[in-house]
Design a protein around this ligand. Structure first.
Ligand code: ADP
Ligand code: MG
Length: 394
């Protein structure tokens, strides 16, 4: 997977490469041209980490990196998928029978979507599909959600029904939670399905209301990969979710979104210190996310920078999801910006990427600082890319 991710990052420097690889894998495997190619983007979260499954607020944008699914009808009663990014591995399962797990991890993202579309009453048809993407895998940019949304769109399109983006996102989240086994929130799937070109979305994860916020002119998003690959499916992510639920039970609220800082501090007697700090991260992060939405609207980079800094410290000290490498990378990027913007670990945590928001004129400064001062655990320079807020799936 590490090898694939780096390969994807290098090849994707040429746009449309992933699109063409999906097309070619389809033709090579199935001997015909695909009927359609659908895509869904990865995302970067500007701020609002681990708030989504607490019914809170997040501020992501879709990025110009996508998973492509080339798809066409099949005549064998089965769904068959080939993964161009996994050496052309093939997975095939029967339409009619109950869909079981595959030993291939990537295949379970496909099977889960098919199963949960069925469970939602969407009748599927037999298809062949080929998958290729340029979202780096396991890096906190949500290749998993982009794969789920692209597969969901493609299956729906071939079966001739349309799904509204919220329903598609909910089906994809249910599949990742229940079939793949990662207790992720709704953010990744929702922004992949609903992203708007040139905008971030302030998402209320309880109501699913999305408020588009235009990215200020002359501002860039810089993403640097720590070189440490996380795996959401490993227990840490699910542990945090359980701890948040325990805190919500202690304070007798439906979700931590319903807790304010005063109550958090006033009623913490008898609460385990770790659980208390997990809750404090979520409560303060929700506040920071709402403030960041206003700051972004006002083009106030100084304020956004301060909030990102605080978010990183809260993830480090209270939520316990940063690691030494992302701490160091965030510090290097923030110091290069010198208060004119900010940097923080983005995504589920335990590695992955650090994001900075900066004036266009400061981008080179940040990239140079990373090149000079940062090395991955393999003693390599970090992969860095500058991306733009992009449109959701289509
Ligand atoms: P993230 O979502 O941060 O990239 P995850 O661990 O949640 O990391 O999801 C990564 C997994 O999603 C991969 O290991 C793979 O199983 C699946 N996946 C993502 N993109 C692709 C792709 N292009 N082809 C096949 N599987 C993919
Ligand atoms: Mg993921």
């Amino acid at each position: 997977v590490c090898y694939d991710a780096q390969y994807i990052m290098i090849t994707s420097l040429t746009k449309n490469v992933a699109h063409d690889r999906a097309n070619k894998a389809f033709v090579d495997t199935f001997g015909a041209a695909p009927a359609a190619i659908l895509r869904a983007p990865g995302r970067v979260n500007l701020i609002g980490e681990h708030t989504d499954y607490n019914d809170g607020f997040v501020l992501p944008c879709a990025i110009d990196r996508d998973t492509f699914v080339a798809i066409g009808p099949a005549h064998n009663g089965r769904i068959t998928a080939v993964a161009a990014d996994f050496d052309g591995e093939i997975d095939s399962f029967e339409m009619g029978s109950a869909i079981e797990h595959s030993p291939k991890i990537w295949a379970n993202y496909v099977r889960g979507i098919a199963k949960h579309l069925n469970m939602a009453g969407c009748p599927l048809v037999p298809v062949n599909m080929a998958i290729a993407g340029d979202v780096p895998l396991g890096s906190g940019l949500s290749s998993s959600a982009s794969l789920e949304i692209a597969v969901g769109l493609a299956l729906a399109q071939q079966a001739g029904f349309s799904l509204d983006p919220n329903t598609l996102a909910q089906i994809a989240q249910a599949s990742e939670n229940q079939f793949v086994g990662c207790a992720c929130g709704i953010m990744d799937q929702l922004i992949s399905a609903r992203g708007i070109d040139g905008h971030a979305l302030l998402i209320d994860c309880r109501s699913l209301e999305c408020t588009p916020i235009i990215m200020p002119a002359g501002v860039s998003i810089i993403i640097a990969h720590s070189g440490v690959h996380h795996s959401n499916v490993d227990g840490e992510y699910n542990d945090r979710r359980n701890q948040c639920e325990a805190a919500a039970r202690h304070y007798n609220v439906k979700a931590l979104r319903d807790l304010d800082l005063i109550t958090l501090e006033a009623e913490n007697a008898g609460l385990d210190d770790v659980i208390y700090r997990r809750a404090r991260h979520v409560v303060t992060e929700n506040d920071r996310t709402l403030q960041a939405g206003i700051a972004l609207q006002n083009g106030d980079l100084k304020m956004i920078g301060r909030l990102m800094q605080e978010s990183h410290m809260s993830m480090r000290d209270d939520f316990g999801i940063t690691i030494a490498h992302t701490d160091r990378l965030a510090d290097i990027m923030a110091r290069a910006l010198n208060g004119q913007g900010g940097a923080r670990q983005t995504g589920g945590g335990f590695g992955g990427c650090v994001i900075a928001i900066a004036q266009d004129g400061d981008v080179t400064k940040v990239i140079d600082a990373i090149a000079m001062q940062y090395r991955t655990p393999d003693n390599m320079p970090a992969d860095v890319f500058v991306c733009k807020a992009s449109a959701g799936a289509g």
